[in-house]
Design a protein around this ligand. Structure first.
Ligand code: 1GP
Length: 276
């Protein structure tokens, strides 16, 4: 689908008016989410993101959104390592129910849709698989650029969370051992140096153990871009630990799909946590 669109638009790519009309008119919208993140950090605030995997156990998406609207998270992430259902339809269904910003969190280029407000453009920098360092990016770059969806270049760092995860298998990469914070630090710094605007420490969805606090703290201390932490966060104290260690944004998926009522507690923890 993306390929067809790219081919049919190729002729227009090199005309000045097309570039002006398309790329520049979308400019205004392109930096809203990143600005919001920077602003919140400057105010000493922490952020909560809820991950919705279109394929996973939510029996009714509208009901789930109504429930989370009572304690709205800062962002909704949509995506997964392998998705059978439509990301686009999932986002449309979310947007029907609420105005919480929706950010793509995609396992591969095929899942891209212009219905989101922003996209974590993930560079799997803990791995050595070129497909997830540049291959998927080349495949999707034109469609992303043309869409005007805000691009959040993200250094994505997979940490061993105690069991093999979908992202590990699907990306064919090896996670960083949890007792090697120095490797996570060096990887995060490299991500920052090559221009990633965010760093994401990921233990993998459903991880047995979240990213260790000492690793979060070490990465935070050695980098200057906003830090996202997710994977295996199940309790308010897991979230508090991650935030206290230095996470700016925590991502929660699995546990809220099963127990959406936990969001109230999680939102309170995030609200009371500060950077100062
Ligand atoms: C996974 O970080 C997210 O990419 C969320 O993980 O589903 O374990 O909360 P959980």
């Amino acid at each position: 689908m993306i390929n067809d669109r790219v081919i049919s638009d190729k002729k227009q790519l090199f005309t000045h008016s097309f570039i002006t009309n398309h790329f520049i008119t979308n400019h205004y919208y392109k930096y809203m989410i990143y600005k919001k993140i920077q602003q919140k950090i400057a105010e000493g605030k922490k952020m909560l993101a809820v991950l919705i995997d279109p394929d996973k156990g939510i029996s009714s998406l509208p009901d789930f959104i109504q429930q989370i609207k009572a304690f709205p998270p800062d962002f909704i992430l949509v995506g997964g390592s392998l998705i059978f259902k439509s990301v686009e339809k999932t986002i449309e269904a979310i947007k029907k129910e609420c105005s919480i910003p929706v950010i793509l969190f995609l396992g591969n280029a095929l899942q891209f849709t212009d219905k989101a407000d922003a996209m974590l453009y993930l560079f799997l920098i803990s791995g050595r698989n070129p497909e997830f360092l540049i291959g998927q990016h080349v495949t999707s770059s034109y469609a992303i650029k043309k869409s005007g969806v805000e691009n959040l270049s993200t250094g994505y760092i997979l940490i061993d969370g105690g069991k093999p995860t979908s992202v590990e298998y699907m990306s064919n990469t090896m996670p960083i051992p949890p007792d090697k914070p120095e490797i996570a630090v060096a990887t995060a710094i490299a991500g920052e140096l090559i221009g990633n605007k965010l760093i994401y420490l990921e233990a993998g969805s459903g991880a047995l153990h979240p990213v260790p606090a000492n690793m979060i703290a070490a990465v935070k201390e050695n980098t200057d871009v906003p830090l996202i932490v997710g994977g295996g966060l199940r309790t308010a104290s897991d979230i508090q630990n991650a935030l206290q260690a230095g996470a700016d944004i925590v991502v929660v998926g699995n546990i809220l799909e099963k127990n959406p009522e936990l969001l109230e507690e999680f939102a309170k923890v995030c609200k009371s946590a500060t950077n100062f």
